[in-house]
Write a protein of this length. Structure first.
Ligand SMILES: [Mg+2]
Length: 330
């Protein structure tokens, strides 16, 4: 990371960020001249175009971005009727579409934050600014307004619900349908003991389909929280996605990046808590639990969904996942 130059275009005011040295360049023309004279990888924030009220984990962004030759930061936004990026599973930006609140509840928007390798830099910097076109890569970033201290970030455990905490018997929504998968408990305990947060993120398209209500989901989660607490297990937050575009009805019939594999639920948690994403784990029983956050360690347990034992992230039991995580967090 030391050979990466951090560049602010048109800076309006310095920001307090001891971890990074900034090269102050006031115009894209000067930026380009500097890169021609001394080409190197760069990290660009165009502060002339962004709100100063947010912060993000810059170390994480640079680590995530270093695998790309050029990548643009993407922010998760509730619909404001602006263009939205569709992101492939390989983080390729597929297109920019103007979106309507009737169809899209939320989505990813481009922000003026870029990582450019020295090879790519000059291709994407023009006299008028920096632009990374569709077909290149984008990274969903959690932008926080809470002044999180990323120097104290902690690992977290993200859990799918059905098929991970309780048996997935299909559209589970009543407390009496809950049959706990007890071998997940020691994994929760590993994190609880270290005071590292555990979150549940669950797709609940049953809400969109009118099979049960949001109140049913919230009430069930409260009961599950009590059940787990009686076993000295603490879930810090339960987050669900009630939207489904194809099967949904009414207000819930909308595209949402909160629906996994979209990363919206995790991003909303990363906006509130300083999490060390690259030391965190997401456990699910379905390929779609592999959410679009680069660097987050996905582990799939064998359940009722397609499972490829040739994949290094697939495990046929929770005890093997537990062994794997224990080996990583010592
Ligand atoms: Mg599941």
């Amino acid at each position: 990371m030391n050979d990466i130059t951090t560049i602010l275009i048109s800076p309006q005011k310095p920001i307090n960020d001891p971890g990074f040295k900034f090269t102050w360049i006031s115009t894209t023309y000067e930026l380009k001249a500097n890169l021609i004279a001394r080409p190197r990888d760069c990290f660009i924030i165009d502060y002339s175009k962004v709100d100063h009220g947010f912060d993000f984990d810059k170390e994480l962004f640079l680590s995530q971005a270093s695998e790309f030759s050029a990548v643009q930061g993407l922010a998760f936004k509730i619909n404001r009727g602006e263009p939205l990026v569709t992101l492939g599973s390989d983080f390729k930006m597929l297109n920019d579409e103007a979106h309507s609140q009737d169809i899209y509840r939320d989505g990813l928007e481009r922000v003026p934050l870029y990582y450019l390798s020295k090879i790519a830099a000059l291709d994407f910097i023009t006299d008028t600014g920096v632009s990374i076109p569709v077909g290149n890569y984008g990274l969903p970033i959690a932008f926080s307004k809470l002044n999180l201290d990323y120097r104290k970030k902690r690992p977290a455990l993200f859990l799918d619900r059905d098929g991970v905490i309780n048996r997935d018997v299909g559209y589970v929504h009543k407390h009496e349908e809950i049959e706990y998968l007890e071998s997940i408990f020691p994994i929760i305990e590993l994190f609880n003991k270290r005071n590292w947060p555990v979150f549940v993120i669950t797709n609940q398209s049953g809400v969109a389909q009118g099979m049960y209500s949001e109140e049913d989901v919230i009430s069930l989660h409260k009961k599950m929280e009590v059940d787990l607490f009686k076993r000295n297990l603490v879930i810090k937050e339960w987050v669900y996605c009630p939207y489904h575009f194809e099967k949904g009805q009414g207000d819930f019939k909308r595209h949402s990046f909160t629906r996994k594999p979209g990363a919206g639920m995790a991003l909303s948690l990363l906006e509130k808590h300083a999490i060390d994403v690259e030391k965190s784990f997401m456990i699910g029983d379905k390929e779609s639990d592999n959410i679009l956050i680069k660097g987050l360690n996905f582990l799939q347990v064998k359940g009722k969904y397609p499972y490829n034992e040739a994949n290094s992230f697939c495990f046929d039991s929770f005890s093997k996942i537990q062994d794997y995580i224990q080996g990583k967090i010592v």
